[in-house]
Design a protein around this ligand. Structure first.
Ligand code: MSP
Length: 509
């Protein structure tokens, strides 16, 4: 049987803010996974987009004196162009104001209503505008929303309700029987705990008298659809719009822990009621803090991807965030941490190796690659890279990017030590050692070729530049299983080195 296709999603981001580190991390994770799996021959696709309806957008627009659609257009374009400018290319960019998405939401609402899973009722509850959801008393911390640290607003109104509780037992059984559905495990346990208490039904409408920025209910024009009922369905409508409806059953969502409940309790019950296939995986990451504090506009510590890309290059930023955060746990972002890592791992570990090897290759052989003649140290070098490949594959498949990168850098350390130990720069002084010098450099060129391949999903731009300096075509990136020694045919010439990562003295700020 052929491998199943892989469909990754990021949350669709609220169109009321500009892209920051939090959004960028999830998007880089999805982009890296798609590159990684495509390189391994898999059909992989990813979707991101913007969430444009609801109170949050309506309020932000009103504050700026704009119609909601004008604000949404502006910020949606900003998200889309930011990803594109940074070299991230989703297979589809979905907007909840897309007419195709709106009609899909109305169709699902009609179906769920027709089967009796939506009813009309009174509601009094505590609403957090930041989260766009009602809270139960016991979920609050000292009476405040645990995420936004503000007291929720008490709201009493007549609304339509989705019979979420009807599916509670089924969701509980699903999570119990599929231990890998929600990963890492700690998040699965959080959801299981929520499911051991009554979950209640979900208010899925908002009276237009209070909020009219949303998709009108197909069965009552006095109401619009609740933003989460609208937003979650974008994961399905996006692949329909992209002409890949076959992908839906293979979906793997990547989200931050802030929206775990919505992606388990709300979403799984909605899918069950709509009789759609359930998702394959939900991968949950922790939060980025900035210098130990939550990132927020008011604290002025928000990290913006374009700023980081302009200062350090986007590859360095991608590398740092994937290397720094253990997927699932919170992590702290500091610019000085990025600079230290850029200098140590990228400028020294990788960049320096590439420039030394290519410079010697140029100096001693004018770039012409010499025959191999493997000795024990050479075989050990090959082993180090074979191990790195195995470990990288294992860790990235488990979303442990930091461990995967550690494994590659262990091989790079090995290669740097191999240069010191075999000392081609010393042997080169002895004409009789010329064949050995050529063989050592050939081993190192293969090590650089494999490095370019292994780091490509995380450092796409660097991988392309390194391959170009090695005189290899970009298609080499897809030839992961090429045997060592078969890359550089007789007469092949490498190019003079160009620094991949210049050293950075100190954070620019
Ligand atoms: N619009 C909803 C999601 C609907 S999905 C059907 C939403 N949008 S959001 O703009 O607030 O984005 C939340 C997501 O952004 C998080 O789940 C996470 O992916 C990312 N992050 C935002 N801030 C973050 C951190 N400080 N740290 C890590 N990621 C966080 O929620």
């Amino acid at each position: 049987m052929p491998d199943e296709p892989l469909y990754f999603t990021t949350p669709i981001y609220y169109a009321n803010d500009e892209p920051h580190l939090g959004h960028t991390y999830t998007t880089v994770v999805a982009d890296t996974l798609v590159r990684f799996w495509r390189q391994r021959g898999r059909d992989a696709f990813f979707v991101t987009g913007t969430d444009e309806h609801g109170d949050k957008i309506a309020r932000a627009a009103a504050a700026g004196g704009l119609p909601p659609k004008a604000l949404a257009d502006r910020l949606s374009t900003l998200f889309e162009s930011t990803w594109r400018d940074l070299g991230i290319e989703p297979g589809w960019f979905v907007r909840t104001t897309d007419p195709a998405h709106e009609s899909f939401v109305r169709r699902i609402l009609s179906e769920v209503h027709a089967k009796g899973d939506i009813y009309f009722g009174h509601y009094r509850g505590l609403y957090c505008y930041g989260c766009e959801r009602f809270y139960q008393e016991r979920e609050l911390v000292d009476g405040l929303c645990p995420d936004h640290k503000v007291a929720p607003t008490e709201i009493a109104e007549e609304n339509y309700f989705f019979r979420m509780e009807k599916y509670q037992e089924r969701v509980l059984r699903l999570l119990e029987s599929e231990p890998d559905l929600v990963t890492p495990e700690g998040y699965r346990n959080e959801v299981l705990a929520l499911l051991r208490e009554p979950i209640g039904d979900l208010s899925i409408s908002r009276p237009k008298s209070r909020l009219d920025w949303g998709i009108e209910l197909p069965f009552d024009d006095r109401y619009v659809t609740y933003v989460w009922f609208d937003a979650l369905l974008s994961y399905v409508s996006a692949v329909d719009a992209a002409g890949r409806p076959d992908l839906w059953p293979h979906v793997r969502h990547v989200i931050g822990k802030d929206i775990l409940k919505q992606h388990t309790i709300f979403w799984l019950t909605m899918l069950m009621s709509a009789e759609l296939p359930l998702y394959r995986r939900l991968h949950v990451h922790g939060h980025w803090l900035s210098d130990g504090q939550k990132m927020s506009k008011s604290l002025g510590n928000v990290v913006h991807p374009r700023v980081m890309a302009a200062r350090y290059g986007f590859d360095a930023f991608r590398y740092h965030i994937l290397r720094e955060m253990a997927f699932g746990q919170d992590a702290d972002f500091t610019e000085s941490g990025l600079v230290t890592r850029l200098n140590a791992d990228l400028a020294n570990g990788l960049g320096n190796l590439a420039s030394r090897v290519l410079a010697m290759q140029q100096r001693y052989f004018e770039g012409a690659v010499q025959p191999l003649a493997p000795e024990a140290a050479d075989l050990a070098l090959r082993d180090a890279f074979a191990i790195a490949r195995r470990e990288l594959d294992e860790h990235v498949a488990a979303l442990a990017f930091h461990r995967g990168l550690e494994a590659v850098w262990r091989a790079l350390d090995h290669a740097n030590k191999y240069v010191t130990d075999t000392a081609p720069f010393r042997l080169a002084k002895d004409a009789g050692q010329r064949p050995r010098v050529g063989a050592i450099l050939h081993e190192l060129l293969e090590a650089l070729r494999v490095t370019a391949q292994l780091v490509a999903p995380v450092l796409p731009e660097t991988a392309r530049r390194l391959l170009a300096q090695l005189g290899l075509p970009e298609t080499t990136l897809g030839e992961l299983d090429r045997p060592w020694g078969s890359t550089f045919v007789s007469g092949h010439r490498t190019l003079p080195p160009e620094a991949l990562f210049p050293r950075v003295e100190a954070p620019a700020s």
